[in-house]
Design a protein around this ligand. Structure first.
Ligand SMILES: [Zn+2]
Length: 98
């Protein structure tokens, strides 16, 4: 592949090249620029909002709704929100890898 990264202009060499579908067409990015791809990040954050909230309610809902906030929730809740972000981002990167 002799294309250049759409983000920074560096030459793209597989397997460190990712293709993203955008409204203006497909764009190829290097690993660093792919990790900061705005549309992918926004989609992952939307997934976090929906799936993360569902997971927190499923796993900790009884404790939260009872009003007895436990100190371990300060790390469990953020970690629960991290999981769907990592899965969504990993899936998008794996799907766009070239
Ligand atoms: Zn780049």
């Amino acid at each position: 592949m002799s294309a250049a990264c759409a983000g920074c202009g560096s030459p793209l060499r597989p397997p460190g090249a990712f293709v993203f579908r955008t409204p203006v067409g497909d764009v190829s990015k290097c690993t660093t620029c792919a990790l900061a791809h705005g549309r992918m990040i926004r989609r992952s954050l939307l997934t976090v909002l929906v799936v993360g909230t569902a997971l927190v309610l499923l796993n900790q809902g009884n404790v939260i709704l009872s009003g007895s906030w436990q100190p371990d929730l300060y790390w469990k809740v953020p970690l629960t929100y991290c999981v769907p972000f990592m899965v969504a981002t990993w899936g998008a990167l794996a799907n766009g890898r070239r």
